[in-house]
Write a protein that binds this ligand. Structure first.
Ligand code: IMP
Ligand code: MG
Length: 182
């Protein structure tokens, strides 16, 4: 069904089109399939922003897989990271001796992913790697390893493909951007 004019006239501008996203997601899945051959993977979806990326990538991972969901909140309704990370939904299954991959939507200052990795390390997984669809290299404030990265972007505020601004725009099939001060 065509979008109503009311909706299409207010859509965020395209930063990464749907086809480019889909082909990069397929490449990341292939890398993971190759690196974890013969192993079972525990894939952790960081809610809420990673839910679409996670759903797309796990369906292309051709390995024994257990999916877990970790809810974190760091932004409230603002465009700048508060630096405070709240766990809104925890994982209750043990991660000990598991090969864990964390799937994140976007790394900005790096504070969220660094908090998540150090907190999951205390659960003694056999291995712990990170996969982020997007990162903003100019905004990093911590030394962080992203083992699988989709795209580096500038310091635009990204939305779409699961990523929101104040709860909106998650449903867009592409990554768009909002001007600062929106
Ligand atoms: P960090 O702690 O500054 O790295 O921020 C990471 C979290 O903030 C991500 O998991 C996102 O949920 C959110 N975030 C960072 N940058 C953006 C953005 O450009 N658009 C929407 N959310 C963002
Ligand atoms: Mg997030």
């Amino acid at each position: 069904m065509p979008m109503s004019n009311e909706k299409s006239s207010k859509l965020p501008k395209v930063l990464i089109p749907e086809v480019k996203l889909q082909s990069r997601v397929a490449e990341l899945a292939q890398e993971i399939n190759h690196d974890y051959k013969g192993k079972e993977v525990t894939a952790i979806c960081i809610l809420k922003g990673s839910f679409i990326f996670f759903s797309d990538i796990i369906r292309q991972i051709d390995l024994p897989l257990v999916c877990e969901f970790l809810g974190v909140s760091s932004y409230g309704n603002k465009m700048v990271s508060s630096g405070e990370v709240k766990i809104t939904l925890d994982i209750h299954e043990p991660l000990e001796k598991k090969h864990v991959i964390i799937f994140e939507d976007i790394v900005d200052s790096g504070l969220t992913l660094s908090y998540i990795t150090s907190s999951l390390k205390t659960r003694k997984p056999a291995s712990l790697k990170t996969c982020s669809l997007l990162m903003k290299p100019d905004c990093l404030k911590t030394d962080i390893d992203i083992d699988y990265l989709g795209f580096k972007i500038g310091n635009e505020f990204a939305v779409g493909y699961g990523i929101d601004f104040a709860g909106k725009h998650r449903e867009l099939p592409y990554i768009g951007y909002l001007e600062h001060g929106h």
